[in-house]
Design a protein around this ligand. Sequence first.
Ligand code: SAM
Ligand code: SF4
Length: 432
Amino acid sequence: MNEYDSNRISDIASTIGFKKTNVSKDADCFVLNTCHIRQKATEKVYDEIGRVKKNFRNLKKPLVIVAGCVAQAESDEMIKREPYIDMVIGPQSYHKIADLILDYKRNNKKIDATEFDVVKKFDELNKIPNTQNKISSYITIQEGCDKFCHFCVVPYTRGPEYSRSFTQIIEEANTLVNNGAKEIILLGQNVNAYNYKKYRLSSLIKELDSIKNLKRIRFTTSHPKDMTKDLIESYRNCKKLMPLLHLPIQSGSNSILKSMNRKHDREYYLSVIKKLKNINKNIKISSDFIVGYPNETKKDFADTIDIIKKIGFINSYSFIFSPRPGTPAYDLTNQSEINTFSENKKKLKKLQNILDNFQLEYNKSFLNKYTEVLIENKLKKQEKYFGRTENMIPVIFDSNNCQSGELVSVKITSFNQRNLFGFHIDNKVKAA
Ligand code: SAM
Ligand code: SF4
């Protein structure tokens, strides 16, 4: 979502003459779009500002703006801690960035813009064309969260659940397809909680499925509780919907899930997967895991390993629990003596080894077979192409004749942990 937001920030700043640069020293304004999900992310922001400060020691000070969820959570405290920062802008206020920059230039006064103004944000954004021109493009359809998992800051930083207008989303999708997009990834903190008047996520998928030049549809991130019947049926009815679902489970232990306030248990999660597999046995699942949640016992951890083995996730994200101030789990942290940091690191390594093995085995299953790849780009400095399989595995391959945006059949000749490698022969060229 931050990638989507950063592109939109750039679209808005361009209305007052700003252009992107790849040369850091040429910049007269830095916008750091930040994430607050784990503590590490916050510290990275200050490190990055330290680097800018050092590089500009003998140059004119650039305008420094912190945007995103760290700005939302810490607001003017950030300016007090690091006076090099000129402005903080929360994720629901960034549509105002052009006016705020002009205000700053006029008054030379530090700015804290961290109010929640999500309806206005999307109305304003809708007036500025989305200039993203990637083969695989993002659209935010939903923001915020009402679920309040006990470990998570999102409900506090992004605010309550909000769904964008159906028409606005479809218009944006058509703009992106006209810009060259062949794949659209619908985004939301709880993307499958999308709920606008009579429209649900399944309605959006159905509408996108009918856009002629669009080839693939994906959505992320989903909450297990919102895997409704109509959404599951989309996997049967919409041919362009790709057979990979990212469905975070966090833990395989019912008592930890309860303590996390996840609102689902392992049996329910397994039943969702079963329904999906009944529609298409080739649907694959990826997930998110948290290890070392307060009071997680050996048995709880073993339950997580057990569910990983049962489902065989093909690609997942896993993290050591990071206590976030203001969340209910933060208060549990001191009460938990079972999980020391080094214990948690060992657990994470064990869990990641198992996940990696599933991923490697899955990649191996492509060997000497043909697979359909959507070409995203030609690799710089190499006569090779980059694309992804239906299940998002990156593929690097040789070809005698192909172009970005095409769907081609690639023969896989080798693989590693993350990638597949192979070649594509254009039959038309061969015949000629
Ligand atoms: N809404 C999605 C869901 O509930 O399934 C997840 C979105 S959350 C922004 C992304 C991931 O960050 C979560 O699935 C979780 O694994 C991880 N995460 C969130 N808070 C965390 C914390 N305090 N410590 C460690 N990981 C965390
Ligand atoms: Fe965070 Fe997802 Fe839980 Fe919402 S549902 S609180 S975004 S982990």
